[in-house]
Design a protein around this ligand. Structure first.
Ligand SMILES: Nc1ncnc2c1ncn2[C@@H]1O[C@H](COP(=O)(O)OP(=O)(O)O)[C@@H](O)[C@H]1O
Ligand SMILES: O=C(CO)[C@@H](O)[C@H](O)COP(=O)(O)O
Length: 509
């Protein structure tokens, strides 16, 4: 029987799964790694951690499944977007990767605005210059670490570095390449005009492919390490969000999902290219050939919850162990007992600056309305609510451009939370649908591999057959009215504090 492997190179961990030709998950493995923050607003990861995690988890799923290596026909890659991986002439990573949520590139973003008018950026790259996207990170490195840039021979995105490790090929796919700000997003190819304007050599970049195209086969030495055949194909794959769209079956015009991982994204599928006024939502190519998608959301979603848990809730680990439960289930239980509005407490979830809708790398997080009555649980609930207000702001932008989502599928670690599901339903004013397959990006990557290997006819048919809805969480209108009051204040707080956060970021120590 044919088997397929899907890899999701997430920010918190790599998740690798194997499915059979009926779409059933037969094996899965996960390996976590750290994020380094050498300075306020910076975020890096070590490509060697990614490589170790991928090789180890592939080996694990192959062993778990116990199938013949020749039966494993293909590997699909998906991963965190925008990260800058630079390789030297020996194809070794030059230092750590500056990842998507790093906010050090404010100066470079300003320069990008000076180099070309906003209208040009929107026309070609479909997005305004963004601090989190790869082009600004390349310029930052060239300005600040020229010795690294000089020895750089290849520029890759995180999942594409993994492709290089597995196959030796330098390639990317249209969805992930869209997040580099170097792609002509409408025409799905590198933009010579942008590359020339930024003085970036096209030879540094990999070849661009549609997500379901084959980009190589697994190298013999890697095949031997992982227990694979060297005939196993590796497909172009997709960004984590574009791959999650396939994994959640969001592949037809107007369909939408929300993912809550380290970041969170509200995603909608577009059958045809659409310009978004002022670039208030991101537009990227999607993994379905000839289609695009919108996305927007807070940088620090699960990251905010994780930050609070790790710094202030170590006692929960003890309690969870005593009660023989998962620490997130315990947190959800505690959050569920706190009333809507967290007893008049609002959290601004901008721990790593803000992206959609405000695009402000200097913004920071805050708890507003703290009172002696508050307990830790109030703060935890406020974190979840704050992230959800930000997601609702993105959904409201969608409404303003005529896209009304009536049914929102969910994926990502945070979306497993029943409390978060209820909050989303109330704030979006729509049904939330959980799925039987919760693996989102990794599942989408398996489907892409299956299409390339000829196991599945096409992406849509595979989604129709395998991706099934599970529970529906309905919008509670009483809750919605309560949240509305807090949401309005949340938006006012954002405006009120914008300039002060800029001053705080600019303090010279
Ligand atoms: N049951 C849960 N309730 C709430 N949040 C959760 C739960 N499980 C995981 N998370 C959050 O989900 C995040 C991890 O999700 P994941 O989709 O694996 O992220 P990534 O792709 O960024 O690695 C963590 O930051 C954690 O805060
Ligand atoms: O920056 C973006 C999308 O623009 C993020 O979605 C990253 O792709 C990271 O994803 P997670 O690790 O949070 O899933």
């Amino acid at each position: 029987m044919p088997y397929l492997i899907g890899i999701d190179l997430g920010t918190s961990a790599t998740k690798t799964i194997m499915i059979d030709e009926n779409g059933a998950i037969v094996a899965s493995a996960l390996q976590q790694y750290p994020m380094y923050q050498p300075q306020n607003g910076w975020a890096e990861q070590d490509p060697s951690d990614w490589k170790d995690a991928v090789l180890k988890t592939i080996k694990e799923v192959v062993e778990q499944a116990g199938v013949e290596k020749e039966e494993i026909l293909g590997i699909g890659l998906s991963g965190q977007m925008h990260g800058l991986v630079m390789l030297d002439e020996k194809n070794e990573p030059i230092g750590k990767s500056i990842i998507w949520c790093d906010q050090r590139t404010e100066k470079q973003v300003k320069e990008m605005h000076e180099i070309l008018p906003l209208s040009k950026w929107l026309q070609i790259t479909a997005n305004p210059p963004l601090a989190a996207w790869t082009a600004a990170k390349i310029l930052w490195t060239r300005d600040n670490e020229p010795e690294k840039y000089q020895v750089c021979r290849h520029i890759l995105l995180p999942k594409d570095y993994i492709r290089q490790v597995l196959t030796g090929e330098f390639a990317t796919d249209v969805s992930d390449a869209s997040g580099m700000q170097l792609l002509d997003v409408k025409n799905r190819c590198w933009s010579d005009e942008i590359l020339n304007a930024l003085h970036i050599d096209k030879n540094l970049l990999g070849t661009v492919h549609e997500s379901q195209e084959i980009t190589g086969t697994v190298k013999k030495e890697i095949a031997d390490i992982c227990g694979l055949s060297d005939k196993t194909i590796v497909v172009a794959g997709a960004s984590d969000n574009a791959s999650a769209a396939i994994g959640t079956g969001v592949v037809n015009d107007g369909e939408a999902f929300t993912t809550i991982g380290t970041s969170a994204i509200v995603y909608t599928h577009l059958d045809s290219y659409k310009e978004i006024p002022e670039g208030s939502l991101h537009i990227c190519c999607c993994a379905v050939p000839g289609c695009w998608h919108t996305m927007g959301g807070p940088q620090s979603a699960g990251l905010s919850l994780e930050w609070f848990k790790n710094n202030f809730c170590t006692d929960y680990d003890v309690e969870a162990e005593e009660r023989e439960m998962d620490v997130y289930s315990l947190m959800n239980e505690k959050i569920d007992r706190v009333p809507i509005g967290s007893d008049k407490l609002i959290f601004l979830p901008f721990l790593m600056g803000e992206r959609t809708p405000h695009m402000d790398p200097k913004y920071r997080g805050a708890f507003l309305g703290l009172n002696a009555v508050h307990k830790k649980e109030n703060l935890l609930r406020a974190v979840m609510e704050g992230v959800s207000y930000s997601l609702a702001d993105c959904n409201n932008i969608l409404k303003s451009i005529g896209t009304v989502v009536n049914s929102m599928r969910v994926c990502g670690g945070g979306s497993k939370s029943p409390v978060w599901q209820k909050i989303m339903a109330a704030l979006y004013d729509c049904d939330i649908k959980t799925l039987k397959q919760e693996e989102g990006p990794a599942y989408g990557a398996c489907i892409l591999a299956g299409v390339a290997a000829g196991v599945f006819e096409n992406i849509q048919k595979a989604c129709e057959e395998f991706v099934k809805e599970d529970k529906t969480i309905y919008c509670n209108r009483n809750d919605m009215e309560k949240y509305k009051k807090y949401h309005k204040l949340y938006d006012r707080f954002y405006e009120a504090l914008k300039d002060e956060f800029g001053l705080l970021a600019d303090i010279d120590e």
